[in-house]
Design a protein around this ligand. Structure first.
Ligand code: PLP
Length: 467
């Protein structure tokens, strides 16, 4: 059977111009192992983007496989209103040991965007029920990404995804996000951005001059709008879809203070940053403060099952807790909330992280990864910067290194590098002209050598053709 032809007959793939598939048909994957994916012809692809940032511990991880297999023989799913099960309870007990202090009530959904919707509704309803019905707007950062459903899209700020749908979206108050590469204040935050090894949460590096001067934008916006605002939502430390833009933890600390001052909820979208991606269990751990609501999804089940959780505080929970006829309940549900198979995978993920000291070991290898990426890429004239946090490394290609002028986006440089790398067995998926690595935490040094060599060769080839 011609699987590719059959695929194109039926399937409309996510986030794709389907016409592109005429020249790059979908790759039919048959099995996975560790960071490797194998297609039907046996060709191997190194999955260094963790299949859209969700695969945490390798494909077909034997321990997670066993946990899910065991669960499926006793219970696949059950309604989660009035019913419960051991896997969900155990998962919450285990998460309590690792989540930021103060978070303690878990509301389940089945994908990241749904958790964001839940957080927004929860925040609005909290204020409504505590005497502040005028707090019905949201604040978010420019270049933010929070998912694709209408509420999540509204708080998102990446035009590629949201521009067209503006007529359908909530009117969100936008704050200019930190932009450390093109810092309008001319500051350097050595420890966390451009030119230093992964921070591992050690505060500022040498040579840093940044004190989050850009935070004044948030202060001004709060002063003007906070009275009508329920919550601000942020991707802590790392704006993923914006091109893996990294900013310092000090920003989050300041934001926590500002939110307390104005009775505005701080929603942490840790969907991409959670689970060790930034070198700590959660990005908020770097800042030493807690959000009011935290959304989890991608790494939660190790990339096995669609599941998400919005975790919140006792204080928010209590504002919904009353006699039924008071009408204060959170009337929000998803059919697959708390799915036991997903919970069994999620419990095993937490066990593996702990037993095998995955994050600690990944942080050691992250130093090597960042070092070779800098050595290989920084000499290229068109590399504007290499930025990193944890195992995530991003290489921003520019037309002019001095002025930081971007490449002509119509040349689709990143996309061409993607195609070339696929031929050579590496799955990169650049964000525009930002090439990045966000591999499973278990990647070994040998694979780091291979994937960076391929990425470098492909980048050189394509840049040579284009410039
Ligand atoms: C992926 C992602 C989402 C959306 O999650 P989905 O499961 O794709 O709906 C939201 N926020 C961030 C930061 C993400 O990376």
């Amino acid at each position: 059977m011609d699987w590719q032809k059959e695929d194109l007959k039926y399937i409309w793939h996510p986030c794709s111009q389907m016409k592109d598939y005429e020249t790059l048909p979908p790759i039919v994957i048959e099995r996975g192992e560790g960071i490797n994916l194998y297609d039907v012809n046996g060709k191997c692809y190194k999955d260094v983007i963790s299949s859209w940032w969700c695969n945490l511990l390798g494909h077909c991880n034997p321990r997670i496989n066993a946990a899910v297999k065991k669960q499926i023989d006793s219970l696949e799913h059950v309604i989660f209103a009035n019913f419960t099960h051991k896997p969900a309870i155990t998962l919450c007990q285990e998460l309590m040991k690792v989540i930021p202090e103060g978070l303690c009530k878990f509301n389940f959904a089945d994908n990241g965007s749904a958790a964001i919707e839940m957080a927004l509704k929860m925040s609005f309803q909290y204020h409504y029920q505590t005497g502040n019905p005028q707090k019905k707007r949201f604040m978010a950062l420019s270049d933010a990404y929070h998912g694709e459903t209408l509420g999540a899209l509204a708080v998102g700020g990446v035009d590629l995804y949201s521009e067209l749908y503006k007529p359908l979206l909530l009117d969100v108050i936008r704050i200019d996000a930190p932009d450390c590469f093109r810092c309008p204040y001319g500051k350097r935050c050595e420890g966390h951005c451009s030119f230093a090894p992964s921070p591992q949460g050690e505060g500022w590096g040498e040579g840093a001059t940044c004190h989050c001067e850009c935070f004044e934008k948030a202060e001004k916006t709060f002063a003007k709008h906070a009275h009508e605002v329920a919550a601000i939502i942020v991707e802590p430390l790392l704006q993923g879809s914006a091109g893996m833009k990294v900013y310092p933890p000090l920003y989050l600390k300041k934001l926590r203070e500002l939110c307390d001052k104005y009775n505005v909820h701080l929603i942490a979208d840790e969907i991409a940053t959670g689970y060790g991606r930034t070198g700590k269990m959660f990005a908020f751990n770097h800042a030493g403060v807690s959000p009011d609501i935290m959304c989890l999804s991608k790494g939660l089940t190790g990339g096995y099952m669609p599941m998400a959780i919005a975790v919140t505080t006792q204080k928010i929970y209590d504002a919904f807790y009353d006699d039924y006829l008071k009408g204060k309940a959170f009337m929000h549900s998803h059919t697959y909330a708390g799915n036991p198979l997903a919970c069994s995978a999620a419990i095993e993920v937490l066990k593996i992280l702990k037993d095998e000291q995955i994050i600690e070991k990944a942080n050691k290898r992250a130093v090597y990864f960042n070092k070779i990426i800098r050595e290989k890429f920084l000499p290229l004239e068109n590399v504007g910067e290499v930025r990193s946090i944890g195992l995530i490394n991003a290489i921003e290609l520019v037309k002019n290194r001095e002025t930081k002028e971007p490449l002509d986006s119509s040349k689709r440089t990143g996309y061409q590098i993607y195609q070339k790398a696929l031929e050579k067995g590496v799955l990169l998926r650049p964000l525009g002209d930002v090439i990045y690595f966000n591999p499973p935490l278990i990647i070994e040094e040998e694979d780091m050598d291979f994937v960076t060599d391929v990425a470098l060769a492909c980048t050189k080839d394509i840049l040579c053709d284009i410039i």
